[in-house]
Design a protein around this ligand. Structure first.
Ligand code: GDP
Ligand code: MG
Length: 163
């Protein structure tokens, strides 16, 4: 069984863009893995000979604004339950938000490997601008740019390392 990587984080941080970077095919593998449910996006990816499955938790649309946080929490919990490793995506440009703190608190209690990734980090001076993410209590933050394809190899290496 391939390791399963779940992408979690608040809306608009770039999870789906990162999903597309990490996967070649999407939505094609649900039948192969009976334990996975259909209401999220799954994709296959590989780095060298290391194959993995990615879950994008952005499958919901905020139709009802009141339901968005509830639905986000549900999506996050389900994806995290299925995952071997959680990639928690934050927005390097927006900085730390209250929602990031809520998600971090939940992830810290889980006891699953969790990698903190700051997306949209293209052209940023990492050490200075990403330091604030340490307050999430999840250790080192890995800078990436999903849209520019930067830092992706390091992300996969680090995500799969504890498995
Ligand atoms: P999601 O809601 O977390 O799935 O986020 P999306 O993947 O839909 O991206 C939200 C917005 O951020 C879109 O406008 C993307 O083009 C933009 N975005 C995604 N990745 C990057 C990145 O690495 N750098 C920048 N500057 N923008 C990005
Ligand atoms: Mg999305």
């Amino acid at each position: 069984m391939k390791p399963v990587i779940a992408l979690v984080g608040r809306p608009n941080v770039g999870k789906s863009t990162l999903f597309n970077r990490l996967t070649k095919t999407r939505d094609a593998i649900v039948a192969d893995y009976a334990g996975l449910t259909r209401d999220r996006h799954y994709g296959n990816g590989a780095q060298g000979k290391h194959e993995y499955i990615v879950i994008d938790t952005g499958g919901f649309e905020p139709d009802a604004l009141t339901g968005i946080y509830k639905e986000m929490a549900k999506q996050t919990r389900q994806a995290v339950a299925e995952a071997d490793v959680v990639v928690f995506v934050v927005d390097a440009r927006a900085g730390v938000s209250a929602q990031d703190h809520d998600i971090a608190k939940y992830l810290r209690k889980l006891g699953k490997p969790c990698l903190l990734v700051a997306n949209k980090a293209e052209g940023m001076t990492q050490g200075i601008q990403l330091g604030e993410f340490f307050e999430l209590g999840l250790g080192e933050v890995v800078p990436v740019s999903a849209s520019h394809g930067q830092g992706i190899k390091a992300l996969v290496d680090m995500a799969l390392a504890p498995l």
